[in-house]
Write a protein that binds this ligand. Structure first.
Ligand SMILES: O=C(O)c1ccccc1NCC(=O)[C@H](O)[C@H](O)COP(=O)(O)O
Length: 206
């Protein structure tokens, strides 16, 4: 099966269209205010309205209030929710939208047990762990730590770029890969050439 691609941290229409033109399957919009990739909901709404069909849009939250999630869902019509903080299964499952849960690969995490906890999640995203930084670290983690018996679609994230994504796909065989920093000119500003190179490498691995 073809490895799908989510390009995260979209803040500009030109970057969204470049990602779509290059074949990205999903676009991520970060609604976590301290992130340099934070995008105002109104900007995300305007971008989403101008996307062609068959592109999945993802709203990314870190321990957001219920009201914030519901307000952004209503305003943007986003397709999927990504919870990247310490959210509980009950919190994640309360919204009228499918979600996937991000797990950061801390030294003591039990990925299989955590995956079972989020039984209603559409997928599990595994990301690098840096204390105090919820995501977008630009760092890869040891892919050997990924259990072979995860019973949900696996989205691999953390420090991916054109130089390591083929190795990542061949080693991990994830349902999808997720990239942010590896296709940027600066935080929050994507680089079209890096996007194209990354997608070409993914195609080479598929
Ligand atoms: O991207 C961010 O700035 C961010 C901030 C806080 C929580 C999550 C964040 N990003 C989540 C993602 O899905 C990123 O794509 C993922 O962490 C990988 O980022 P990178 O290592 O830069 O490719």
């Amino acid at each position: 099966m073809r490895t799908r691609v989510k390009i995260c941290g979209i803040t500009r229409l030109e970057d969204a269209l470049a990602a779509v033109d290059s074949g990205a399957d999903a676009l991520g919009f970060v609604f976590y205010a301290p992130s340099p990739r934070f995008v105002e909901p109104a900007v995300a709404e305007a971008i989403i309205k101008q996307l062609p069909p068959f592109v999945t849009t993802v709203a990314l939250f870190v321990n957001a209030s219920v009201d914030q999630v519901q307000t952004i869902m209503a305003q943007t019509g986003i397709d999927l929710l990504q919870f990247h903080g310490d959210e509980s299964p009950e919190y994640c499952a309360q919204f009228d939208r499918p979600y996937f849960k991000a797990l950061r690969m801390s030294p003591d995490i039990d990925v299989v047990a955590e995956t079972k906890r989020f039984s209603l999640a559409r997928g599990i995203l595994l990301d690098a762990y840096r204390p105090g930084v919820p995501g977008g670290t630009g760092e890869a983690f040891d892919w050997e730590r990924i259990p072979s018996d995860i019973d949900k679609p696996l989205i691999l994230a953390g420090g991916l770029d054109q130089s390591n994504v083929v190795q990542a796909i061949r080693r991990v065989k994830p349902y999808a890969v997720d990239v942010s920093g590896g296709v940027e000119a600066a935080k929050g500003l994507k680089d079209c050439e890096k996007i194209t190179s990354f997608m070409n490498e993914v195609a080479r691995a598929n």
